[in-house]
Design a protein around this ligand. Structure first.
Ligand SMILES: *Cc1c(COP(=O)(O)O)cnc(C)c1O
Length: 429
């Protein structure tokens, strides 16, 4: 029997395991169905402990970490909770947390990369990102040597650091323009022969990778939670938490009630909050003035079958909109109480929990998991030598030749890369 199947949620058709879209319609996500209904942990390192519920047939041994879940004492007692659990994603050596790009994007990049390896993919993967996703893919591609084209807004360049020594398979292009310009350019390039898109929320490897946050939390605490808190941009992490919870209900050992999703967004750019509450909290100048602009996504996977809306409806979910003042005060409170620095995006989840208390959405005895989506970057910078990735070229979004120029440069880079690999192989021989 196959380890898993990939099925369309609307038409029910089983698709090729590596599909990202239903061939009959594109208004639905595909979802993985695993043949193991009960999750048994494997002896594999890092995220691969959850091998049974990851859509992979093999692992990347090197460099993979996982979520670390622990029961909060200090922050929990400050808020008056008896059963608050923290799922920490990042670097925190005392807790053996080793996601080395310091966010949960590492949970998406490793399974995605593993599947490219299974396909023996020789095309160049294209990733557009304002930061954390780009850093995570740069990290895994440095480990495996997969050719990668990263298209990032120039203003996000500072987020592209790495601890890897060799990043020669990566072509980094900065775009003079905003995140949408970067996405638009990357989209056009990914549609060309020789290039492949990583797929975003439609890629089951990304969702099931992120779902391991919930897998870790439930296996550590021994039960399904009453509430799940996360900061969202696309909302993909929320969908993943919901999907993991449904699998656990089928598993049967951890309870039968779906955790309620509590998802936080940053004002003044809160598109999912706006859609859900039928208000307009998206300013014209977004992503300007956000607490962390990695959270902005103009086209979240909201209305499609199996998307954010379905996840919120099915779990009786709540959306929160958080001001910069709330976020910064929540970040300081959390860091003081728990003793680790957190990513600014993660502070939105902390602020949401504080709002939830004020709004009476949670009670002191409820079981809660707080997803700290990123943290420990300051710790990592103190312990490791990091290096900034150097752009191969810079284009302007206004330049009509931008797409051509990027393709040319990437192919040039990849040729160099192949040559280098060949030379390297020669030396080994
Ligand atoms: C990407 C990201 C998020 C938001 O993730 P979703 O894709 O919207 O679920 C939250 N926090 C951090 C640190 C991130 O990098």
């Amino acid at each position: 029997m196959n380890k898993y199947m990939v099925k369309c949620l609307q038409c029910g058709e089983v698709h090729d395991s590596y599909s990202m879209n239903c061939k009959n319609n594109d208004e639905s996500l595909l979802r993985t169905e695993y043949s193991s209904k009960q999750l048994v942990l494997s002896d594999n390192p890092g995220i691969w402990k959850f091998y049974d519920w990851l859509p992979v047939n093999g692992i990347i041994e090197e460099g993979s970490g996982k979520t670390v879940t622990y029961k909060s004492e200090a922050f929990a007692s400050e808020l008056g909770f008896d059963d608050l659990w923290i799922s920490f994603n990042g670097y925190w050596p005392e807790k053996e947390a080793s996601l080395m790009t310091c966010t949960f994007k590492d949970l998406e990049s490793f399974p995605t990369m593993q599947r490219l390896k299974e396909l023996d993919e020789s095309r160049i993967m294209v990733v557009a990102s304002a930061g954390n996703t780009a850093r995570a893919f740069a990290n895994v591609c440095s480990i495996t040597g997969q050719p990668l084209l990263l298209v990032v807004p120039k203003a996000s360049l500072h987020r592209l650091w790495t601890i890897q020594e060799d990043s020669s398979s990566i072509c980094l292009v900065t775009v003079e323009g905003d995140y949408f310009d970067a996405i638009a350019l990357a989209g056009k390039i990914a549609a060309r022969d020789g290039f492949v898109n990583e797929g975003g929320a439609k890629n089951v490897a990304r969702r099931d990778g992120m779902a391991t946050v919930m897998l870790d939390a439930v296996l550590t605490s021994g039960k399904l939670f009453d509430h799940y808190f996360q900061a969202v941009g696309s909302g993909t992490g929320g969908i993943s938490a919901w999907e993991a919870s449904m699998r656990f209900i089928e598993d049967g050992r951890f309870g039968s009630k779906l955790p309620r999703l509590h998802l936080g967004q940053s004002l003044p750019c809160a598109p999912i909050y706006s859609l859900w509450n039928d208000v307009d909290k998206v300013s014209a100048s977004c992503p300007e003035d956000m607490y962390d602009d990695v959270l902005f996504n103009r086209k979240p996977p909201y209305g499609l079958t199996g998307g954010v809306k379905d996840a919120l409806e099915d779990t009786n979910g709540v959306m929160y909109a958080v001001s910069n003042e709330e976020a910064s005060s929540a970040q300081a409170r959390f860091e003081d109480a728990e003793g680790i620095d957190i990513n600014p995006a993660a502070a939105l989840a902390v602020a949401s929990i504080i709002q939830a208390v004020e709004q009476g959405n949670v009670r002191s005895g409820d079981s809660i998991v707080l997803n700290i989506t990123g943290g420990g970057q300051k710790r990592l910078m103190a312990d490791y030598q990091t290096r900034q990735l150097i752009p191969s070229m810079e284009v302007s979004a206004e330049d009509p030749q931008a797409e051509e120029k990027i393709v040319e440069k990437t192919l040039e880079n990849v040729q160099c890369w192949i040559l280098l690999t060949l030379q390297h192989t020669e030396v080994i021989k």
